[in-house]
Each structure stands twice: as structure tokens, then as C-alpha cells.
Design a protein. Sequence first.
Length: 401
Amino acid sequence: MTQTSAYIYDAIRTPRGKARPDGGLHALTPFYLLSALYQALEQRTGLDPSRIDDVILGCATQVGEQAANIAKTSALYHGWPSQVPGITLNRYCSSGVDAINFAAMKVMTGMSHWVVAGGVEMMSRVGMLSDQPVAFTDKDLAKTLGMYMMGNGADFVATCQNVSRQQADAVALMSQQRAAHARKHGFFKSIIAIDNPVTGQRVEHDEIIRDNTTSESLAAMLPSFTQAPWADEAQLAELNGYDAITHIHTAGNSPAMADGASALLIGSLEAGDLLNIKPRARIRAMINVNDDNRAVVAGCVAATKALLRQEDLNVEQVDLFEIHEAFAAVMVQCQRDLNIPHTKLNVNGGCIALGHPLGATGGIMTGTLLDELERRQLKTGIVATSGAAGAGTALLIERLS
């Protein structure tokens, strides 16, 4: 197979809905959300569905409505030809970026010309851990594997990095302020409005942003991850010089659960010529790493470091960074380790303010990055996400349009 480049022709997403029964997307199935995005891709690009070589979606909780390979079943639900393949992958919260990277690799090797990639997670309908993963729920097995829940890992990072509650809340406040500003000024161009026929509602914007957040309201919240003393004990047993895990993460400085979906059209230059459409960006580089599994959610920092090192780049040579606000302490670590200027990092807020629909988040972040590169007429950007057990995935793109 000959190697070519992979390009992003479009990157779209649904609004992020509140992961609650009163959320704007709750009444809709994952199939419905994905179908709306598939239709939008066809309309925006002129894509002929019979030319799609694969559909690759991330989804972290593959049970119930999200089971049975939702990449394939959603394509069938939408009415795409039965010969269009589909595969669903799970690297936890990194799944969306991994789906994009897998799609790019298929195009780069010449195996595929058009691949739809992205992800979906309807957390109000398919709750986190509803697949009953024993690696998390069986305490003895979890201790053997070192598989801790995300919140426990975030507090572990806070402990090892000596992150204060005030520092964590400052990250959350900035995220809320930036997200509210971006929503108000229409910066999220990748959003496709979703009509909810059940409620008659048209969902056009991210629902989770709390623009009335203050330092005082954040400080009043209680820690959320104190109910697993066995995890604290197991983590402390592997640390020297620490007497306790510092529990600083609350509902205010942690990523909010959300409903949502994302879809990108990834293809070769030749495929675009056949459709007479121009790519918006080129995928320049990709990487996967695995950080300390005890830290659980710090893989985005390790992946960013590794990608910069692999491409012989420094922070000054990259215009914008979208790095997963897995939890506030991880962002404090990110700033300490990478020293990315605030003017380049998550400039329109992150998952703490906007919400985190697990498998869909990586695709959403990539669209957000591309939107902002285009708005500012900048060139390069990095997306990096964390998955459980220390997984990290990163992607470097170059704007073309």
C-alpha cells in the first residue's frame, strides 16, 4: 500500500445536552443523534454514502442502546448502504480522538478513501458503569490491576502535584467564563442544531455552561470522591511520604456528564477532488501513550509531551491546544509541565464547563479546535485526551482553508 496524507473535510457535532431527564437531548436515542450528523455531513459536503469505506466511532459504555456496534447499526439506522462497514472502539474518554486517528491511518495507508469518524455517548440514557465493568467495581480486582475510578485518580494527581482547592477552582472558573463567552459570541461553529420531536424543542447550544459561576459558589461545593477509602489506601500504599489523599475535586471543578455526538469526514486528497471539495485541515501526526495508571486521567499531558517530542516541536511552534479538562488538577499539572500560555490553551473553555460525553468528546474537541484556528486564521493545533488507567491520545492538525 502506498502512504498518503489524511485530511479533515468536515467536523461537526451536536450540542452537549445535560445528562439528566430534563436535558434537551435526553428523549432522543444515540441513533437519532448520529443520524442527524450523518445527514448534515451529506448536505455540507455532497458525500455519496456508497463511497464511505468505514464508520469508526468511540463509545465508552457499549451497553443497551449503545451496544451491538453502534457505528454499524447507526449507519443502517440512517439508511446508508449495507456494504458500509462500521466499528466501535473504546479507549474510555480518549475514544473519540482514537477513532479519528484510526480513520486517518486507514486513509494514509491507502486502505480507505472516505471514513466517517467520531463518537457518541448518551449519559442520561446509558449511565456510566452501566456495563458493570468488574475492573472498576470489584475492589479486589481493581486493586490488583491498579484500576481506580476517574475521580480517585484526579485526587491522586492533586495529592502528588500538591494542587490546592483554590487552584482547582480557578481552573474551573476560567473554563466557565471562557465557555460562556464563546457561546455568547457564536464561536462554536461546528454545532449542528438538533430538533427534538418528542419535546418540540430545538437544541442549538451547549446546555451545561454555568455562566453565573463564581469563586464563592465553587468554594461552597463539597468534595465528590471521598467514598472509596479502599482506593485511598491502595494508592497511599504505593506512595512514600504521603499520609492522606487530598480530596479537592467537586462537581464544580470536575467534567460534567453530558449527552452528545460528533462526526468528522476524513479522506484522501484524491477523494476530495472527486467530490470537488477542499479539505479544512491536514492530519500531521498522531500518538498514543499510557501514563501512570494510578493517576488515571493524566494521560492527556503525557500524550501532548510525547507528540511534541515526536515531531520535534516546542509549545511556541503550536498555535492552539485543546487539552482534555479531565479534572482541574490535571490542568494545573499541564501548565506546570508544559507551560502553555493561557492565550493558547482551551481558549473557549473545556469539559469542566462544556460537559464530557465520553466517547464523543475527542471529536467535539477536534471540531472546536478547527473552528478556532479558522476564526483566528492560525495554522496548527493539538488535541489531547485522557482515558482511564492513564491512557492518552493526541493529534496534530494543520489548518488549510
